[in-house]
Design a protein around this ligand. Sequence first.
Ligand SMILES: Nc1nc2c(ncn2[C@@H]2O[C@H](COP(=O)(O)OP(=O)(O)OP(=O)(O)O)[C@@H](O)[C@H]2O)c(=O)[nH]1
Ligand SMILES: [Mg+2]
Length: 307
Amino acid sequence: MTDMDYRCGRVALMGPPNAGKSTLLNALLGQKVTIVTPKPQTTRNQIVGILTDAGAQIIFMDTPGLTQVRGRLSKTMIQAVWQSLGQADVILPVLDAHLYIRHPEFLDRDLAPVAGALASDERPMIVVANKVDLFSDKSRMLPLLARLHEMWPRAEIFPFSALRRDGLPELKALIRSQLPEGPAQYPEDQISTASLRFMAAEIIREKLFLHLRQEVPYGVAVDVESWEEDEERGQTIIHAVIYVARPMHKAMVIGRAGSSIKEIGMEARKEIQELLGGKAHLELWVKVREHWSEDPGFLRELGLMAE
Ligand SMILES: Nc1nc2c(ncn2[C@@H]2O[C@H](COP(=O)(O)OP(=O)(O)OP(=O)(O)O)[C@@H](O)[C@H]2O)c(=O)[nH]1
Ligand SMILES: [Mg+2]
């Protein structure tokens, strides 16, 4: 193979909240680089995951779910989607097929923010109709597939289950076939551009989302304040602050006699240890910071806003 045969390009995963974009990215990489929860608006910024093999390097960009814009954080999230779209060689809209076969009327509403822009876009597009494991009669998908084809006539439509992963090699081959030729942009062993510090903060936020109810998760942010190697004990000492938007939420994060934060800390530590491939000591603090999600300086500190 000559250098000319090598392919490399950026692929933007985008779509409505909760469609399974992050689950799909982890499936494509065979490794967890981005957090997943059953709650919408889990992903808050662009997360890059890199898949490299002998013939190609695929640079995937996971993005926040497209939502109605409300507040500074949501605006920043939407900006991350547009920025990723701008950088993409291949566009990969991801949608929850099960949702739209039950509620076809939601499709136009959910895709409204991008449908028009994508319709006139010339770049290769692969639409992943996700969550097909949730219904056995695949013919139920036909009206949805027809509607998607009408909306984006040039797009490939790929029914898939990011959970089951049947057909994963075919999906990878399809994506790869659409990439431009060019040399790899990242070292072959690099799987993400996110720092370990950011990934650790995200893991903590994932556990918070899984434990907290109603609107509380959306008011939560995590910042790793210090990260030190304790050579003597052979472990990484991580101090992280959990910011909450309301005083009442602090008590909910901590739980009765600290039971909730203890569990969150244990679950996060276990996963951070897997990420680091070594021992970690995790200390968590909870602080109230009202209106943090409206503060651009703070959003930048958290790594949620482009510099
Ligand atoms: N049954 C089923 N569930 C799935 C599939 N893919 C993802 N999910 C679930 O859907 C939920 C949302 O998944 P995410 O990957 O966080 O979705 P997302 O599109 O990244 O969501 P946001 O980051 O909030 O925009 C989680 O509970 C996943 O386990 C699938 O193929 N089948
Ligand atoms: Mg996500």
